[in-house]
Design a protein around this ligand. Structure first.
Ligand code: NCD
Ligand code: ZN
Length: 355
């Protein structure tokens, strides 16, 4: 057994479903899953069902709902909508960035009008991250707008070969772009769909083998790993019209440690992508005396039985992995021991960006 200490990891993209869909996940179960998975800071997306975070009121309701119910630190994003641009100044201090949805997914935040998209890009403060859900042609459109609007963007969950190639070109030309990739797009392809059925349905959809190969071959262009933890219930995923999204908080570190074990990236690069880069890009708070202990030699199979996420399933069921989170210390307090979350009073806080 080789125990290695790494910093508390930061996941810049989760959907904790609280408030609005707490039958799928809530702040308590979602942040327990985060700790078990090695994350001590989460940035939560604004597509809360029924009360999307597109107004200062909705944001303050979410902040209130989180009070006293966080096991790790959680911060929020604001949602872009055609008619909330005049509210930006009221929320910028409290959120880590603006999320703009340019393709259809869970929620009702999709924006299609080009003039609106351009206006949002011009209005959101330059100093604050603008995260974009953009697949294929919409990603190319955003890149095309960048010189005109004079700002940078962060591309969420890049999944296709052409997207990562476009991002590489943009970076080489000096455009201020960053991007994230999710482990499900590194480990699964559309060939897994017949087996996974609804459990393989997510946005962006699973790619072809060549997309997955291109993502692995382009890890040098990938700034960070994001779980895009998007839980839905077993019943929903087994139904006729499964909603988009898969959980990822408890499987992402083991999957990325497995890649380290196979020599696909170094542990230093893993820590850069899962701690340093999201911390730097989103200005998350430094957490003193916070670290994760991993056993990088443990061979085990991912199983849904011992997950903390309320949804209780994983698209990686049965997958052999090498590497596990054994202990987590948050601000000097042991919160995970022997891989299990300790039944403690809430150790996490609502967090805001520093500066
Ligand atoms: C996310 C969700 O369910 O909230 N679903 C998904 O498939 N990733 C939304 C999103 O990030 O697109
Ligand atoms: Zn998402």
């Amino acid at each position: 057994m080789a125990l290695i200490r790494i910093p508390g990891l930061v996941d810049p993209h989760v959907h904790l479903r609280d408030p609005g869909a707490t039958h799928k996940e809530d702040f308590i179960t979602g942040t327990q899953a985060a700790l078990a998975g090695g994350f001590t800071t989460l940035l939560d997306m604004p597509n809360n069902p029924g009360d999307s975070i597109v107004s200062p009121g909705a944001l303050s309701r979410k902040i209130t709902a989180a009070e006293g119910r966080l096991m790790c630190d959680v911060g929020f994003f604001y949602g872009a909508s055609p008619d909330n641009l005049d509210t930006y100044s009221e929320v910028t201090r409290d959120v880590f960035g603006l999320k703009m949805y340019l393709d259809h997914t869970t929620g009702d935040l999709n924006i299609e009008d080009l003039a609106t998209i351009r206006r949002i890009m011009l209005t959101w403060p330059l100093s604050k991250p603008l995260c974009v859900h953009a697949e294929g042609r919409t990603l190319a459109m955003v890149l095309g707008l960048l010189p005109s609007v004079g700002r940078g963007v962060h591309f969420c969950h890049v999944s296709q070969q052409v997207e990562i190639e476009l991002i590489r070109d943009a970076k080489e030309r000096g455009l201020p772009v960053t991007c994230e990739v999710s482990p499900h797009h590194l480990y699964l392809t559309e060939d897994d769909l017949p087996r996974l059925e609804g459990f393989g349905v997510m946005k962006p959809p699973l790619g072809r083998g060549y997309d997955v190969d291109a993502l692995w071959a382009s890890l040098d262009v990938v700034d960070m790993i994001a779980t895009d933890h998007a839980p839905h219930t077993l019943v929903e995923k087994k139904g006729q019209h499964p909603p988009f999204g898969v959980p990822g908080l408890e499987t992402s570190v083991p999957l990325m440690l497995t890649a380290v074990h196979r020599g696909r990236l170094s542990l230093d690069r893993l820590v850069e992508m899962m701690h340093a880069a999201p911390h730097r890009v989103f200005h998350t708070e430094v957490q003193p005396e916070t670290y994760v202990e991993i056993d990088d030699t443990r061979h085990w199979n991912i199983a849904s039985d011992n997950l903390y996420t309320k949804c209780g399933w994983t698209p990686f069921e049965g997958m052999p992995v090498v590497g596990a989170v054994t202990c987590v210390t948050l601000r000097g307090e042991t919160v995970v021991q022997d891989g299990r979350v300790l039944p403690l009073p809430t150790a996490g806080c609502f967090t805001r960006p520093v500066a």
